[in-house]
Design a protein around this ligand. Sequence first.
Ligand code: DX5
Ligand code: ZN
Length: 223
Amino acid sequence: MINKNHLLAPSLLASDFAQLANEVDMLNNSEADWLHLDVMDGRFVPNISFGMMIVDCISKLTDKPLDVHLMIVEPEKYIEEFARAGASVISVHAEACPHLHRTIQQIKDAGAQAGVALNPHTPISAIEDVIEDIDLVVIMSVNPGFGGQKFIYRTIPKVRALANMIEERNSKAMIEVDGGIGLQNAGAVLEAGARVLVAGSSVFKSENPVKTIQRFKEIGVHQ
Ligand code: DX5
Ligand code: ZN
């Protein structure tokens, strides 16, 4: 069954950076729940996007929670700075954290909600022993680094298995799915147990982003 209280987190990676304030304003006037901010360092992923200075600028333009996805090596070096810049949720990649348990505590101590992201090839067993400690699991449905990639369908059974693990362990963690999500596959992702959808290209490259966001929010509501 689809969780009718799902959240939509548009990813600004697909927005027009020359019009950043206008893009944030558009999201402010939409039904978007969170703003998803993709931080890339050219080391953990092959691409470079932006860092805490831009997160700080965006935080001054919106009251919506900032969902910061760190695709960087050694994220523990920058947690406090991202929290100070206004991040509400900070997600680190399990693959980038040899001391994941400690990094999760660090995020919480910095006053943010703690998320852990898993690449498509990383099994959910990688977070089994921290599942009670985290607020969010980000299941990557593309290989991180770029927007506009094709959704990997193996994600659906992975989300379903994770939803079972979360229930069995009585964890409060929400499942977020990130990459290649559009109106055509969002229902299946929610059905599998996701609570938060990230959508970059499908929102920003659409003719009417506000309307597209509304459509995403309506999925499951009339079923
Ligand atoms: C990929 C990023 C995603 C990306 C999603 O590395 O983590 O958040 O912006 O973009 P779309 O929805 O276009 O796949
Ligand atoms: Zn992301």
